[in-house]
Each structure stands twice: as C-alpha cells, then as structure tokens.
Write a protein that binds this ligand. Structure first.
Ligand SMILES: *Cc1c(COP(=O)(O)O)cnc(C)c1O
Length: 387
C-alpha cells in the first residue's frame, strides 16, 4: 500500500510521546491529573440540551440536513454577531454554519490555496492552519510571535516577496496557546495591510466570550471595511460548553463564504438538525451561563497562576481564552519538562513546542480541569522537587 504524500508529510504528533507516557503511568495505577486539553469540564447548559431532546423526536430532523444549514440558524448567527459586536451580516450570504469551526478552518484552505501557494500562519499557533494549508498543497510561512511583542506578529516585518506570494493571513485572538489578546488597533492595521497586499484574512475567534476581569475581546468586524478582505471563524464549543456537539460558524466576506459553502457542499451534508436547534437555543436562550463559566475559569486561572509563580515559572495572567501559558526556567525544553511532570507527580501539561518553535520554553495549562482535580494537581506541583 502506498499512502499519499500529504499523509506521510503530517508532522509526527508531538504529543504522542506524552500520550504514551500517560498510558504507561495509568497502567501502573498512577492517578493522573491533566491540564492538557482545552475542553470544558462543565456540562452543556440544560436549556440547550432540552432543545436537542425536543428536536430529536421530530422526524424532519432525522433526514439529511442542508449543507448550508437551517435558515433559522443562519439568522441566529447574524443576530448573535449583531448583539455581541453590533455588526450586520446577511444571514444567507455572509454566514455559514460549520461542523465545529475546526472543520471550516481545515477546509477553507481548499478555497484559497493551490499547489505552491503561501499561507501566513502564527508561530506559536493552532496547528490546523498549517496542516490545512499543507493538505491543499500549499506552504506556510511562519510569523514569529514572541512574549516581547505580546504574541502579536509584526506584519511590517514580512518580506515583500512573501507578502506578494501570500494568499491568506491567519490570526487568532484571544489566542490559543498563549492566551494573548489583540487590541482593535492591531486588527485595523491587519486589515489595511491585507488590502495593500491583496491577502485574505482568516480570523479565528472561538474565545471571544471566554474572558476575565471585565475584558471584552473584539471581532475583526469592528474594523470598518474588514468585510472586504476577511472572514471570522467562531464556535459555540468554548462559549456554551458544546465541544462534543460539533457546531461552529464563519461570518464575513460573501465571496469567501460562498467559496467555502461550495467546497463543503461537495464534502459534507451539513450538521445534524437537532444539533442546529441546540445552537439556535444557545443564541436566543438565557445567557447567564456564559458569565458563570467565566467566573469558574477565572477562579481557576488565579489559583493556577499563584501556584506556577510559587514554583518559579513566569506567567502573564491571561485576560481571555482557556489557557495559562507559563515560561519555563532557561535551559529546559518544554517536552522534557512535561515528561518530568508526568514521571514525578503524574501531572499533564502541554509542551509549547507542539505549537511551533516560538512555543519552546513554555508549557500550556488549561483551566478546564474540574475544581477538585485542579486542587490536587496544584498541590502536587507545589510539593514537587522539580527542575
Ligand atoms: C477549540 C479551538 C477551535 C475549534 O473549535 P471547534 O468549533 O470545537 O471545532 C478552533 N480554533 C482554536 C484556536 C481553538 O482553540
């Protein structure tokens, strides 16, 4: 059997070593506390689940959905954006539901990238931007993001020939894995830069309502004229604890949305309608769950930051996202540090190197660990005779 080059070219799964270690320790009976995964531990709110239960009984929801989603869902997406960001989108032309935003993030490369084309991706960053590009036959040019520049790329530092060749620019604030946020001025600059170089902006914004200390993340569509060059991916996953249901969205430039819809209608057959009903309920139902979740995460963030500082790591407390990004002592690699934590105290963190070369020297901890497990993990860290 000969597999395609794109499969052979998939980078070795950096977390494979860690997964193997965890499995081995568990087999030895070790109790593992994990801060590894950004996946809300709290359940989907009951009123959203009730919408699923009702919809599951309706035979009309047992059949193929339309690829482009229920008109009511597209209206709900436009209404949600209007309520949250005071933006106006045409539900039919400027919104599109996705099977989780990850699905759209991977497939959108097929709309822009021909073999040899270039995508600009942040380093560190969510790996799907680069992998989707590779699947489409393109190449990624990594934009260095570092703590010194608040984990924002310097667009003016992109060489002219790279800007000339680039088809898309990926951005993601609030950011995974760093927890960094970007001010509106950054997006203003990015939109102007993209227009100057005829590059499409793909902004990934799944943490726009996972924020702390009263901070309100922005949308790229708060920049006038952003719609000429941009789409924004978003998701119910992190905001409403709906990761398991797989439903997301993209809004913005009509031509880009249409291209993605045409690609997707040849790949999938839409989102199960009962799940679309959940998303509609999430939009129009009570919203207090959002603040409630954020209060829980903020408390965990504060506990985590205090412990990490106590054991000698540098941390900038995140204003948004589900992640605490901690700087390791000089000279230790993130993979070694993560391996030591598993071996010594059965605690799992994510090595920053898995998100790019600029992630080296950092580890990511997620605040989606249940309170009692979080306390147990922090207790182990505090008593660790570590590095
Ligand atoms: C969680 C996450 C997503 C994917 O969310 P889904 O809608 O559940 O697919 C996309 N981008 C980033 C940066 C994420 O952290």
């Amino acid at each position: 059997m000969k597999l395609a080059r794109r499969v052979e070219a998939l980078p070795p799964y950096l977390f494979a070593e860690i997964s193997k270690k965890i499995a081995a320790r568990r087999a030895q009976g070790v109790d593992i506390v994990t801060f590894g995964i950004g996946d809300p531990d709290l359940p989907t709110p009951p009123h959203i689940l009730a919408a699923l239960h009702r919809a599951a009984d309706e035979p009309e929801n047992h059949r193929y959905p339309e690829s482009e989603g229920l008109p009511e869902l597209r209206q709900a997406i436009a209404d949600w954006y209007e309520r949250r960001f005071e933006t106006h989108f045409d539900p039919q032309k400027e919104t599109l539901p996705l099977i989780g935003s990850k699905e759209g993030i991977a497939h959108v490369a097929l709309c822009f990238i021909d073999p040899g084309d270039l995508a600009l991706v942040p380093d560190p960053g969510y790996p799907v931007y680069e992998i989707g590009t590779m699947f489409a036959g393109g190449e990624s040019y990594r934009l260095d993001c570092t703590r010194g520049s608040g984990w924002l790329p310097d667009l003016e530092a992109i060489p002219a020939d790279v800007a000339e060749r680039a088809k898309v620019l990926w951005l993601n604030y609030p950011n995974n894995p760093t927890g960094a946020v970007a001010p509106l001025e950054f997006f203003e600059h990015a939109v102007a830069w993209a227009k100057r170089h005829d590059v499409a902006i793909l902004h990934d914004n799944p943490y726009c309502d996972v924020a702390y200390d009263g901070y309100k993340p922005v949308s790229i569509f708060q920049v006038p004229g952003a719609r000429d060059v941009a789409v924004e991916f978003n998701s119910w996953s992190k905001i409403y604890n709906m990761t398991g249901w797989r439903i997301g969205m993209v809004v913005g430039n009509a031509q880009m949305i249409d291209a993605l819809m045409r690609v997707k209608s040849n790949v999938d057959s839409g989102i199960p309608q009962a799940i679309q009903r959940m998303a509609i309920e999430a939009v129009y139902g009570p919203q207090d769950c959002v603040d409630e979740h954020n209060r829980v995460y903020q408390r965990r963030r504060d506990r985590m930051v205090a412990t990490l500082r106590k054991i000698g790591l540098e941390v900038d407390p995140p204003k948004a996202s589900l992640y605490v990004w901690a700087k390791l002592p000089a000279g230790v690699t993130s993979a070694d540090y993560a391996a030591r934590l598993i071996d010594d105290i059965g605690v799992v963190v994510t090595p920053g190197r898995g998100y790019g070369v600029n992630g080296e020297g950092y580890v990511r901890l997620s605040v989606t660990t249940a309170d009692d497990r979080l306390e147990e993990g922090l207790r182990r860290l505090e008593t660790w005779q570590g590095i």
